[in-house]
Write a protein that binds this ligand. Sequence first.
Ligand code: BTN
Length: 329
Amino acid sequence: MAAGDAREHILELLRQTSEGHVSGEEICRVLGVSRAAVWKHIRALRELGYDIQGVASRGYRLLAAPERLLAAEVRAGLGTRRIGGDVRVFDRIDSTNTVAHRLGAEGGADGTVVVAEEQTAGRGRLGRSWASPAGVNLYLSVLLRPELPPQRTIPLTFLAAVAVARALAETCGVQAELKWPNDLLLNGRKVAGLLNEMQAETERVNYLVLGIGLNLNMTPDQFPPLLRYPATSVRIASGRSADRLQVLQSLLRWLDRLYDEFLAQGPEPILRAWDERCAFRGKPVQVSGGDQARGVLVGIDADGALLLDTAAGRRRILSGDLQPLSGKD
Ligand code: BTN
């Protein structure tokens, strides 16, 4: 067993125990290694920042996990089928999407997850940048290799948005609304954004990168000035800070479940789930950037296009940026 796997296994045992302590013997038995090897792994975990108590007659107990996200922590007890078989965590990189692209080109596995504590050149949609201060939020990219023609992968953006919303509901007790095409809002302010990129030929996807930026514990002073759309974080919106590891694991589990469902049943369940959380339904909105239109937002159709009732009748909008219109606009 590789050292990383053994440490993951030990952490899982320490977390699962209801007794408080896990004896050294038990760890030896489950892992099939010697006492000396267990001691070496415990020492390595302590060096990584785990506070593990050792009591002579009782064994080991996990008192605290480090603040930093660690691949072993993210994978411990994840239980997913496709997403997160390979998790790479970086302290500081330019962009998780860029790294995921590199892994995609090098043959990285379906479901590989790239996480960064900090991004120095986080990328947003339409050439914008994404503020990515260290240690407070989640910045991740998931590499997918669906065996589908490029046009059938469009619902994956909606899938990622639904997964983030469900993870936030599950772990932080907040209900995000989804702003077409790929933003999440809390109290009408942007809490997360998605940047999905694809490397494909006409008929076939080589790989796809789902980039997710989720503002969890960012404080108002950490936002750049002059944002196009008002932004927030879970902490600002709810008054409570979020456990980044818990949110990340929940998100990976939802991505896994919804991706499975998508591959087995097609896009309908995902588009329906997205539509249920659709922001500004029945409200006047304006679309700019790609398509240009004003009208009342109806929802999305079976292809994920935005439906607007405009003065000239119902329109399908395929791309652009959406802004709510106040009564005065
Ligand atoms: C947007 O709303 O404009 C999309 C923002 C996407 C940001 C995430 S953070 C993780 C991943 N890496 C990037 O460089 N961008 C995405």
